[in-house]
Ligand binder design. Structure first.
Ligand SMILES: [Zn+2]
Length: 402
């Protein structure tokens, strides 16, 4: 949706430029006829239509712009916008008809041609005609090689089909053209390289996968899945120390994602006879990030297995206020209480603390479109944004009951 708004904004900016140029000319030779551009300004419909557009009143905008187009049927920009508005309303075949009709005009400039094709590509994408959308965006790039909107949509189309190498190539083009912020480019390039590495890993080419994960980390140091995967590949290659190094680096660079490496680190330390390092790691995280309930829960689980349920229980009771609505902490507490033979004093301490907790089964939420998920996703299945999920933090039940 936001891409569409940007596109609309870009089109409006383009139109203002086009309109200014055309007002300057006043008259324009089109198809061998002199057209008086002033006719558009003789009716209020054009301006009214643009105003409704900025107010997002789509139906009124369509009505006024259709009337304006009746006054000057040659006005390319009005037809282009009308087509886009139809698409926005879900009338995609109508949008396609309008935009295709514009392409039949013999006198389109190169820029006009490119923008009409871009609109048509969006129509095809919206309608789910993936191949035709791909072709159309490629045609835009022939006319206008640096067109960022065409490149962005191409990237997304490739991503939707898991064509990670194609998506990467397109994103590299965007980055080379200085489109997008450098931070955003680096993050996306890193996630795409990570996906390519996952494919190599699946195909059994572990050395190539390791190099690809390293290149993803080079592009953006805080790419959590690349660090996890790099460790996994190193472990499979027999380099457990290298694997531990990759997972520890994740903890250092992205402490908020450290928990993703807890199981791996705990197992790796046990295999290398260094269990104490897991305890140290969790304690350091709790010290540096007092709200980190996951480090407490992980340490509690570790201590429970080591036969220290009472210490584990205290840690979990500390963790609970930081994450009262999450099932994970409660489940750990139930296990621990069972180990402690349901000591009535401890049970009542837990019950009074948990009384107001709200339970959510899907705490991960996309910051860009509010899509909810039970697990952490790197690419949103709804709005296709990279790395947009955060854990939803909400207050205990009392404050939320409105
Ligand atoms: Zn989303």
């Amino acid at each position: 949706m936001s891409t569409q708004f940007y596109l609309l904004a870009a089109l409006l900016a383009l139109l203002v430029g086009v309109a200014a140029g055309k007002a300057w000319e006043r008259y324009k030779l089109r198809d061998g006829r002199w057209i008086d551009r002033r006719r558009l300004r003789d009716t209020p419909h054009y301006m009214l239509g643009l105003n409704f557009l900025t107010e997002h009143q789509v139906d009124q905008a369509i009505e006024e712009l259709t009337q304006a187009a009746g006054t000057d049927g040659d006005a390319l920009e009005i037809q282009m916008i009308l087509g886009n508005l139809y698409r926005g309303k879900g009338q995609v075949s109508r949008a396609i008809t309008v935009h295709q009709a514009l392409l039949q005009r013999p006198s389109l400039t190169r820029l006009e041609h490119a923008y009409v094709l871009l609109c048509l590509g969006l129509d095809f994408r919206h309608a789910g005609f993936v191949d035709r959308a791909l072709e159309t965006f490629l045609e835009v790039l022939v006319l206008d090689p640096g067109n960022r909107y065409a490149l962005t949509h191409l990237q997304k189309l490739h991503e939707e089909q898991h064509q990670w190498r194609d998506a990467l190539r397109v994103r590299e083009q965007i980055a080379a053209g200085a489109g997008g912020s450098s931070g955003e480019n680096a993050a996306i390039l890193a996630f795409l390289r990570n996906e390519i590495g996952v494919e190599q890993q699946r195909a059994g080419d572990l050395k190539a996968a390791a190099r690809t994960f390293e290149s993803a980390i080079d592009a953006n140091a805080s790419t959590a899945p690349a660090r996890l995967n790099l460790g996994d590949v190193r472990e499979r290659l027999g380099d457990l120390r290298g694997a531990l190094h990759a997972w520890e680096a994740l903890v250092d660079v992205s402490p908020e994602r450290a928990y993703l490496a807890f199981d791996r680190l705990e197992r790796g330390y046990r295999l290398t006879g260094a269990q104490a390092r897991f305890v140290e790691l969790c304690e350091r995280l709790i010290r540096e990030h007092p709200g980190d309930w996951r480090a407490r829960a992980a340490l509690a689980r570790h201590l429970l297995q080591a036969g220290r349920p009472r210490t584990a229980f205290d840690l979990l009771i500390e963790a609970l206020p930081h994450h009262p609505h999450g099932l994970a902490v409660h489940q750990e507490i139930w296990h621990t209480l069972a180990e402690l033979d349901l000591d009535p004093a401890l049970v009542s301490r837990y019950v009074s603390l948990a009384r107001d907790a709200v339970f959510y089964l899907d705490p991960h939420i996309c910051t860009s479109c509010r899509y909810r998920s039970t697990e952490l996703l790197w690419l949103c299945p709804q709005c296709h944004t990279w790395n947009s999920f955060v854990e939803e933090r909400i207050a205990p039940g009392k404050q939320l009951s409105e």
